[in-house]
Design a protein around this ligand. Structure first.
Ligand SMILES: [Zn+2]
Length: 218
């Protein structure tokens, strides 16, 4: 799968009819999602202005993708993919860390709503990954439930190499890939993924440009 997604479908412009439906193909869904990001990056969103109660209330829910991202306030997922109400399901946790509630939510969206695409979206300068780096370097595990986030991100930091000066950006990428792998192996997702009915992909959001780049599997 290419890093730009350019070969996957429509370029900038409106969403394709094919991707915007439950039960569509993962390929068409990914093309639509990336086309939305290109509209956002180009400063020509078609849904960016459409934040009205009328828009929210119109039509049924027919999402075609679910995006799992970070809580970071600079990465609002509907906006960066230029999506309107009812188009994508969004889950956000610190460092897009998985737990049973997150996995159950994705299983519901895929299994019950027929959504063919799951995207895990990391981002540069992620504070949650930074907290894991700091905790491992300092040998001090945070208290409370923050410890859970750090523990879940720590394997990616260790893989990246704690002594590497670029450990933070490297760990961000590894953590996305690890999250993708975990979801591909999920009890209820593995079958549809193996059959090609559902795709789980990883992406990275550039805070400076607004661009989403797909991450190749490790
Ligand atoms: Zn983050």
């Amino acid at each position: 799968m290419g890093s730009s997604g350019a070969a996957l479908g429509p370029q900038a412009g409106g969403p394709s009819a094919q991707g915007r439906q439950a039960g569509g193909t993962p390929r068409a869904a990914l093309a639509d999602l990336l086309a939305g990001n290109r509209r956002f990056v180009s400063g020509q969103p078609v849904h960016g202005h459409d934040v009205t109660a009328a828009a929210a209330a119109s039509g049924d829910q027919q999402p075609y993708a679910v995006v799992l991202g970070c809580i970071d306030s600079r990465v609002p997922l509907e906006a960066i993919f230029d999506q309107t109400f009812g188009a994508i399901c969004v889950i956000r946790t610190g460092g897009h860390v998985l737990d049973r509630a997150v996995c159950g939510s994705i299983e519901y969206v895929v299994g019950q709503l027929g959504v063919p695409l799951v995207m895990v979206l990391g981002h540069e300068r992620c504070g949650a990954v930074g907290a894991a780096v700091d905790a491992l370097r300092g040998g001090e595990r945070p208290g409370g439930s923050l410890a859970y986030l750090v523990d879940e991100i720590a394997p990616a930091v260790i893989e990246a190499g704690l002594d590497d000066p670029a450990v933070h950006p490297l760990a961000i990428r590894r953590h996305v890939r690890r999250t993708v792998r975990t979801l591909r192996d999920d009890d209820l997702l593995a079958g549809p993924v193996a059959a090609g009915l559902v795709a789980v992909v990883g992406g990275l959001y550039d805070l400076a440009t607004g661009e989403v780049t797909l991450l190749e599997p490790a």
